[in-house]
Design a protein. Structure first.
Length: 129
């Protein structure tokens, strides 16, 4: 059995590293992509079990990327958590309208993010199998 895989689409490398550190002590496997195109290619190849989507992506926003992923067979039903840097009015509504399953606005604690991930994608218990 392979580890449950999380794809994190985020252009900011520091944020990607923070989440990688957060998930280090879990059984999740983390993939990182800096933009929509890379994220889509990874999603088609790796079939992630959950997607973390930064809303503020360059060129194509995370809202648009979420909509695109919802149209892909590989990710049509995959839980997507949209993450935004600020709780601007309308962001959550736009993310949900695009197909996001859940929404998290900064500032949030790493614990909050991990709880949300575990709620949508229960962690494997123990290794092996
Ligand atoms: Mn960003």
């Amino acid at each position: 059995m392979s580890a449950k895989t999380i794809l994190y689409v985020e252009d900011n490398e520091v944020n990607r590293r923070l989440v990688r550190d957060l998930l280090k002590r879990t059984t999740y496997r983390l993939l990182g992509a800096p933009d929509r195109e890379t994220g889509m290619a990874m999603a088609r190849r790796e079939h992630p079990d959950l997607i973390l989507m930064d809303v503020q992506l360059p060129k194509v926003s995370g809202i648009e990327a979420t909509r695109t992923l919802r149209g892909e067979v590989a990710t049509a039903a995959t839980p997507i958590i949209a993450i935004t840097s600020f709780a601007l009015g309308g962001d959550e509504q736009k993310a949900r309208a695009a197909g996001a399953t859940a929404y998290l606005a900064k500032p949030y604690s790493p614990r909050q993010l991990l709880e949300m991930i575990r709620r949508l994608l229960p962690e494997d218990e123990g290794a092996g199998g």
